[in-house]
Design a binder for this molecule. Sequence first.
Ligand SMILES: CC(=O)N[C@H]1[C@@H](OP(=O)(O)OP(=O)(O)OC[C@H]2O[C@@H](n3ccc(=O)[nH]c3=O)[C@H](O)[C@@H]2O)O[C@H](CO)[C@@H](O)[C@@H]1O
Ligand SMILES: C=C(OP(=O)(O)O)C(=O)O
Length: 423
Amino acid sequence: MDKLLLRGNGPLRGELRISGAKNAALPCLAATILAQEPVRLHNIPHLRDITTTLQLLSTLGARVMVDGHLGIEVDPRPIHSLVAPYDLVKTMRASILVLGPLLARYGAAEVSLPGGCAIGSRPVNLHLSGLAALGADIVLEDGFVKARAGRLRGAHIVLELVSVTATENILMAATMAEGETVIENAAREPEVVDLARCLRAMGAQIQGEGTSVIRVRGVKALHGAEHTVLPDRIETGTYLVATAMTGGEVFLRRTDPGLLESVLLKLREAGAEIWTDGDGIRIRMRQRPQAVDVRTAPYPAFPTDMQAQFMAMNAIAKGSGVITETIFENRFMHVSELQRLGADISSDGKTAVVRGVERLHGAPVMATDLRASACLVLAGLVAEGETLIDRIYHLDRGYEVIEEKLSVLGADIQRVRASRSVA
Ligand SMILES: CC(=O)N[C@H]1[C@@H](OP(=O)(O)OP(=O)(O)OC[C@H]2O[C@@H](n3ccc(=O)[nH]c3=O)[C@H](O)[C@@H]2O)O[C@H](CO)[C@@H](O)[C@@H]1O
Ligand SMILES: C=C(OP(=O)(O)O)C(=O)O
């Protein structure tokens, strides 16, 4: 297994291009199943989760063409299998997103239940009850969700809690249902909005995305389209925190400051100077960060996918900050790894109190999930001595060439390939 080796190397400086959003690219790729013609997607990040999704689409029979550096064309016409097998689904929870489209377009689907993930139990009951409300017969058998339906029928669905991918699954299915579907308590995340735009380009009739009530008038068929995926707000936020922690100055381009206002607010509170300009963000940090309190909640509040990174920043900040995680019940796995680097953190249930220390010290650590991995990279950027991060396959699910991007900014970071020993 590859590892990352970091040595604290002072402030990050320079300019970076932000990639397309993983969490928007994944549902848009699933949405291609609905079309009757090829769909071209642009600004697709080069990530392991994307490769897995493309493999899944190919397994179903779709023809996938990688078109230049960041473009992908999916031709769904040859789809002949409606089974998403365990081998692919176990590595990526978002594979459940093919359920709604397969059901709506082909009237049946068998999708392996996504494997458990380190950040919590992550059930899919809301996906299933939403699709059942649209008329699907669903059974759980042999570890698979097996669903069947004639033409789906529009319904009034009130989600019990805000779920991003459940909103997306139901939204995709509803585009081809007969009549109107209303999704109440829908997720308002920008990635849901991006999916709605992609579906609208394919001919879907959708209103209200970005609010908590989405209305969909079903159509008989969806056509081919082109869509450019929005920038990754979590990648953006991660590089902003990296710059703040190292006391550097960095300009991020091809991003959208409007997507991460809650994060920018907290960075300013920590002492960062931030300038936004259309699709760019400049950040400068001229002092040791001030610890901040953070409470995660659905968009537009502070994102759970940025929680671990802010914990790393608080670990070296002046004062202490309280981090409250309200979305996932087990998203503090990075606490014990940060403690190995010398962080002073106590956690109890949903809350962690982080008392900033002057300095972290490098040590071998283990990544436990995607954003936990990112937080260890951030800690390694400022730790004294060497930090060796194991199990970075998590990181490769969601950060495009992170070691190259950080190296460009002056970080001392290298990938240690599995076959080579550490010098
Ligand atoms: C691929 C993708 O877009 N992943 C994102 C998505 O995950 P994902 O869509 O899986 O997360 P959800 O929004 O569904 O999770 C929110 C909460 O709802 C619960 N829940 C969800 C579905 C369900 O059927 N039943 C249920 O109880 C979850 O356990 C969690 O406690 O949103 C999360 C919350 O912003 C992000 O951290 C993930 O990066
Ligand atoms: C938790 C995440 O992704 P996923 O939902 O795909 O596991 C994430 O992007 O931080």
